[in-house]
Design a protein around this ligand. Structure first.
Ligand code: CP
Length: 308
């Protein structure tokens, strides 16, 4: 039993194995209906708890569908409706859930909640997003890049905008999968030093470049995300929009990337803020493949966690 808490905490060869498994499982489904079972049913007889303390569309649906395709069952729990939201400790919740279910996926605010859940659970815990990281998303993004363009190792990935939790997991992936990473955004929204340091220690060339047009020059992949994350206060919205407007991904900016560059956004997006609809729906965009690949990548993560 292995927790999937963060990309930097997971062995690089295991991460590669999960991406390969995800590709193989996607190919094996070969266009069959979404509700049809996989040929093998590794989660048969297993129960998975999906806990959400924040809203979700992709994470919720892709985990639920993925478990069912692999023969398991799910229960979706809202943090507010659980005793967790009314004073029961995370440790006790972890111990209790471990008596009922075979795997726990949690989307929560503080990283400390995830870590405490993992420390006290006797079943695997998967990080479905915290304020600090979003590893399942980036596993799907690596899978998506490689599906379209082959190995991501050695490629130039440029992140535009806010150095948020998704950016942090991209930096983790730069270190583990061996690609170069350029961040372009205002200094106040730089990614945490810890994530930059990890990627550099692993040999990734990490560049901080304030000018977005210089940053995107020669990019293989351009990525952005919402300017105001779920955990940011509403009062920060106007200031962030003013700070981040120069980093909008539009056709002019994309034209500085390589001609075959891909564009990614983990969604949900605020169209015509962080990226224009022309880019989101344009020839470089693979945003809906990314969303689909959450399903396949997470199925591989669950198999790895349970040793199946
Ligand atoms: N990208 C992502 O995690 O989407 P949801 O917030 O809809 O789960």
């Amino acid at each position: 039993m292995k927790h999937f808490l963060d990309i930097h905490q997971t062995d690089a060869s295991d991460l590669r194995g999960m991406i390969d498994t995800a590709h193989a499982m996607k190919t094996a489904r070969n266009g069959r209906p979404k509700g049809a079972p996989d040929d093998d049913q590794p989660l048969q007889g297993r129960m998975v708890a999906l806990i959400f303390e924040k809203p979700s569309t992709r994470t919720r649906v892709s985990f639920d569908v993925g478990v069912r395709q692999m023969g398991g069952q799910t229960m979706v729990l809202s943090g507010k409706e659980m005793q967790l939201g009314h004073g029961e400790t995370i440790a006790d919740t972890a111990r209790v859930l471990s008596r009922y279910v075979d795997l726990i996926m949690i989307r929560t605010f503080e990283e400390a909640t995830l870590l405490e859940m993992a420390e006290h659970a006797s079943v695997p815990v998967i990080n479905g997003l915290t304020n600090r990281t979003h590893p399942c998303q980036i596993m799907a993004d690596v899978m998506t890049y490689e599906e379209h363009r082959g190995p991501i190792a050695g490629k130039k990935v440029v992140w535009c905008g806010d150095g948020n939790n998704v950016c942090a997991s991209f930096l983790d992936a730069a270190g583990q999968f061996g690609f170069d990473f350029t961040f372009t955004g205002p200094e106040t929204l730089d990614p945490e030093d810890k994530f930059v340091g990890f990627a550099r220690e692993k040999g990734s060339r990490v560049t901080i470049q304030r000018d977005p047009f210089t940053a995107v020059e020669g990019a293989d992949l351009v990525v952005t995300d919402t300017w105001v994350s779920m955990h940011d206060p509403e009062s920060a919205k106007e200031r962030r929009h003013n700070q981040l407007r120069p980093y909008q991904v539009n056709e002019q900016l994309m034209s500085r990337a390589k001609p075959d560059a891909l564009f990614m956004h983990c969604l949900p997006a605020h169209r015509d803020d962080e990226a224009t609809s022309a880019v989101m729906d344009g020839p470089h965009s693979v945003i809906f493949d990314e969303a689909e690949n959450r399903l396949h990548a997470q199925k591989a993560i669950m198999r790895w966690s349970l040793g199946l």
